[in-house]
Write a protein that binds this ligand. Structure first.
Ligand code: GUN
Length: 283
């Protein structure tokens, strides 16, 4: 049964090992990759993500700068911080942790980040290039999912990939990356009338909606590959995905666990993007 598990912790750590050497070489050439993370407010999940990002930077020798701002920070003040980071040569990547407090316009903030330092891949320039298949920063979670599939020797070409969720962070770019690898892609979302009829057709099912254990074995085609992007707490406060893991396990050919599946890949790909940005200085 365990052979079905797509181990994101292991794959992420392999990728981190492979970039550690590159980072070392770059530092020897006098270029230390630098990542700045801005956290506004005290959302506990965001605090955990940010702490994990700092730890990953530290382990890889990436310079990291954390700017923690109170929840009542004005949009103007936040934009001021971004402006400074845009022109700071020690910083190759800027990440503003989302979600932001309601009084701040996320789109204004994303667009204020220099597209050269947009390691999240959320800037309209990055999104446009991604759609056109041009080299750019790819958003970390969907890019991490593509790496999981690649490392697990799961060929996407010609498969029917069903993506549940249409967020700008995960669902929408996920479908595009799968399409670029020649999958036939279906997007499902809250207005999809018969979700099960769609998910049952999936050779590859990616779920990113943020609802604990909503996908059951009745949603799954026998032998499907299931990628669970969800990170929720169940009724006992235990971490769980959007997929009911125990219910679907017998039916799937491969599945990502939560935790230890997609999660570790997101941070790994952020490190990859930060290195990529720093390497531009060599050109
Ligand atoms: N919040 C949840 N996921 C992400 C992410 O990938 N990037 C940022 N900036 N915020 C997030």
């Amino acid at each position: 049964m365990s052979s079905k598990l797509i181990n994101g912790k292991e794959i992420g750590s392999q990728i981190r090992k492979s970039i550690a050497k590159e980072i070392e070489d770059l530092i020897e050439k006098g270029i230390t990759p630098g990542l700045a993370v801005i956290l506004v407010g005290e959302d506990p999940a965001s605090q955990t993500y940010v702490a994990n990002k700092e730890k990953a930077c530290h382990e890889l020798g990436i310079y990291s700068e954390l700017i923690k701002l109170p929840a009542e920070t004005s949009e103007e003040e936040l934009l001021g911080h971004i402006e400074k980071l845009n022109s700071n040569p020690a910083i190759d990547g800027i990440l503003v942790q989302l979600p932001l407090p309601k009084h701040i316009n996320e789109q204004h903030v994303i667009e204020a980040i220099s597209s050269d330092k947009d390691v999240d891949g959320f800037h309209p320039v990055s999104v446009g290039k991604m759609l056109l298949g041009q080299p750019t920063f790819l958003p970390c979670t969907p890019n991490g999912v593509m790496e999981l599939l690649k490392y697990s020797n799961i060929d996407v070409a010609g498969k029917h990939a069903v993506v549940v969720g249409r967020s700008h962070i995960v669902g929408v770019p996920m479908g595009q990356l799968l399409l670029q690898k020649d999958a036939t892609v279906t997007y499902c979302h809250s207005k999809t009338p018969d979700l099960q009829a769609m998910t049952k057709q999936a050779d590859i099912l990616v779920v990113a909606v943020g609802r604990a254990k909503m996908i059951k074995s009745t949603h799954i085609k026998e032998g499907a590959v299931v990628i669970d992007v969800g990170m929720n707490r169940d009724e006992n406060g235990k971490l769980c995905g959007d997929v009911d893991f125990d219910d679907v396990l017998d039916k799937v050919s491969a599945i990502t666990p939560v935790p230890g599946g997609v999660g570790p890949m997101t941070i790994t790909m952020l490190m990859v993007n930060t290195l990529l940005s720093a390497k531009m200085k060599l050109a």
